[in-house]
Design a protein around this ligand. Structure first.
Ligand SMILES: [Zn+2]
Length: 151
């Protein structure tokens, strides 16, 4: 396959370049995903995240976060009643931590919708199909779709 940009014959399928440019290395106490500069340029599309992942996050982070918020309000009122206004803000610390957890767990718009996920998944399948037709030049880095197999 000839590169339409620089006419080099060093063009390869993106899938092949990606597979050649990525590897896992296993060390004594760690493993790492290695990716070359070329491979990172021709990465395949990422699959959408399933709603169940966001539901689990809400359950594991959001629920404890909410409880910490309530605990913070409770401590605040306890300190206010027993020690006065100057000591009360200290009681809000667990509430702030809880608020942070709830904020972290909050899903992006539409992330919990199954219909939305099905649409994203269908788009992902289409993106993958288009990706499988892409080539890249290893000389100039140009990414292209050969005219003969245009979609
Ligand atoms: Zn080229």
């Amino acid at each position: 396959m000839r590169c339409p940009s620089c006419s080099s014959t060093a063009a390869r399928r993106c899938e092949v370049l990606y597979a050649q440019g990525t590897s896992m290395s296993y060390g004594h106490d760690s493993s790492a995903f290695n990716i070359s500069g070329m491979a990172s340029r021709v990465s395949p599309p990422s699959p959408p995240t399933a709603p169940s992942y966001f539901r689990r996050r809400l359950l594991l982070l959001g629920v404890p976060g909410l409880l910490l918020c309530l605990l913070g309000v409770f401590f605040f009122l306890m300190l206010l009643a027993n020690k006065g206004l100057s000591a009360a803000p200290g009681g809000l610390i667990p509430g702030l931590l809880g608020g942070y957890l709830v904020w972290q767990a909050w899903p992006p718009a539409g992330a919990l919708s199954d219909a939305n996920y099905r649409a994203l998944a269908a788009q992902y399948v289409e993106d993958l199909r288009l990706y499988s037709t892409l080539w890249a030049c290893t000389d100039c880095g140009h990414v292209f779709r050969p005219a003969a197999q245009a979609t």
